[in-house]
Design a protein around this ligand. Structure first.
Ligand code: GDP
Ligand code: IMO
Ligand code: MG
Length: 434
């Protein structure tokens, strides 16, 4: 396979970082195409943990990594990540799109103020300025990387003037004086990234022609997609398949197959509909065992049963050909396990996800129960991971088959722990043959 897209199929934090790190050994280039540092992708190798926010997770293997035009870029976060990798003696081969929009301190402030203004109806954003930056992009008043590197922004005063003229919203909802950032420092931070900046669209299109293998790393998850997710409780980008082409400049016909990443249960950070949210002590058991606290904000993640209705929606929307199933170890010892196979509202079956958040909030999940399993702890895993699916507990295989038959998609990879080694590829040939 020349290219592969890795997408989250739930509400984010499915384990995309781990899967991308694992697979990137077989690819030449790893690309982020949407979102910003609202993403937190964790890669664990042995006892070392790396948390990526903007850099694609393939960076750890020293792969060429690309930040596409669809990403919104926080220069401080990116600089910190580069410094951290350098400290760890990891080679950085990075290309940043000159068309990517830049998050400024103003956008972060607006994000905070908008959330405060919403009060009880707040979305629970990561407060990283993501929404306001995408808003300005769509309003055609954004600042792109190229704007900082050309002649149009020569002085700090010019920068402030442009921003002040553009972001009127801040005057309406808050106090501009609250921002005391050192703009000189901010501009030079963006400019210091210049050696990495280029036309990533052209580069990627050429790479496709050369036959390079490209791995596209999604951020967030399908149900957080601005168009197809649980609007308005979503992020501000297209984190499903449509975002790959617009966020990179590679034509859809050249993008390749989709691998969807699915957590064995469901989590959600922030507000919004969540039909399978668990309301008894099992929730905290799952949260504790799965360490379900936000990578970016440290907030506890809401935990629920696997929602097959939402999963099937995401599989079909993205035309996911393969699945990676993560965190199976977390469910070990819990039983019976519930999976949601239908939604009902006022006794009427709802076949898919309602477009309206109030209606979505009202649906009741209808569950099927499956027997649980016990997994060995510690190193006894290693043997099992090498011997194949048959050596896994029968009930775990049943769970996996249930997901496959409901979504009509094959699970190609399973994950039973955070570390790179705790991964089992169920069909070694799929990467070559598809
Ligand atoms: P992402 O945003 O989709 O990349 O996911 P995150 O990194 O935000 O969250 C997934 C969390 O689960 C991280 O802390 C991972 O280290 C961890 N993780 C990934 N796969 C597994 C797994 O199979 N089992 C366990 N126990 N943890 C996992
Ligand atoms: P990764 O890539 C989980 C959620 C926020 C909030 C909503 C909008 O690690 O899976 P935003 O700051 O984007 O405007 O917040 O989206 N959210 C995520 N939830 N994982 C993520 O990224 C997320 N990125 C944003 O919690 O509900
Ligand atoms: Mg995450």
């Amino acid at each position: 396979m020349s290219s592969l897209v890795v997408l989250g199929l739930q509400w984010g934090d499915e384990g995309k970082g781990k899967v991308v790190d694992y697979l990137s050994k077989d690819f030449d280039i790893v690309v982020r195409f949407q979102g910003g540092n609202n993403a937190g992708h964790t890669v664990k190798i042995g006892d070392d943990t790396h948390k990526f926010r903007l850099l694609p997770s393939g960076a750890i293997r020293g792969k060429r990594v690309v930040i596409g035009n669809g990403v919104v870029l926080d220069p401080q976060t990116l600089t910190d990540e580069i410094v951290e990798l350098r400290k760890a003696d990891i080679k950085i081969d990075l290309l940043i799109s000159n068309r990517a929009h830049v998050i400024t301190p103003y956008h972060i402030k607006i994000d905070e103020l908008q959330e405060l203004e919403k009060g009880d109806t707040k979305i629970g954003t990561t407060r990283r300025g993501i929404g306001p930056t995408y808003s300005n992009k769509i309003d055609r008043i954004g600042l792109r990387v190229a704007d900082f590197l050309g002649d149009s922004l020569e002085t700090v005063d010019q920068f402030q003037e442009i921003i002040l003229a553009k972001i009127q919203r801040l005057f309406e909802i808050g106090n501009m004086d609250a921002i005391n950032d050192d703009f000189e420092r901010y501009i030079s931070l963006v400019r210091s990234l210049k050696p990495f900046v280029g036309d990533t669209g052209e580069y990627l299109r050429d790479s496709v022609q050369r036959g390079d293998r490209i791995l596209y790393e999604g951020a967030q998850g399908t149900l957080l997609d601005i168009d197809h997710g649980s609007y308005p409780f979503v992020t501000s980008s297209n984190c499903s398949i449509g975002g790959v082409s617009t966020g990179t400049g590679v034509p859809p016909s050249q993008i390749g197959e989709v691998l969807g990443v699915v957590k064995a249960y469901t989590t959600r950070v922030g507000a919004g509909p969540f039909p399978t949210e668990i309301e008894d002590s099992i929730e905290s058991t799952i949260r504790t065992r799965g360490k379900e606290f936000g990578t970016v904000t440290g907030r506890p993640r809401r935990c629920g049963w696997l929602d097959l209705v939402a999963l099937r929606y995401a599989v079909v929307l993205n035309d996911a050909k393969f699945l990676a199933l993560t965190k199976l170890d977390v469910l070990s010892g819990i039983g019976p396990l519930k999976v949601c196979t239908r939604y009902e509202s006022d006794g009427i079956e709802i076949s898919s996800i309602p477009a309206n958040a109030i209606e979505y909030d009202r649906v009741h999940p209808v569950y099927e129960e499956l027997d649980g399993w016990d997994l060995p702890k510690g190193d006894s895993w290693n043997g099992i991971l090498k011997t194949g699916l048959e050596s896994l507990p029968e009930n775990l295989i049943e769970y996996l088959r249930k997901i496959e038959s409901f979504t009509r998609t094959e699970v190609k990879l399973i994950s039973v722990g955070p570390r790179r080694e705790e991964t089992m590829v169920l069909d070694e040939k799929w990467l070559d043959s598809s």
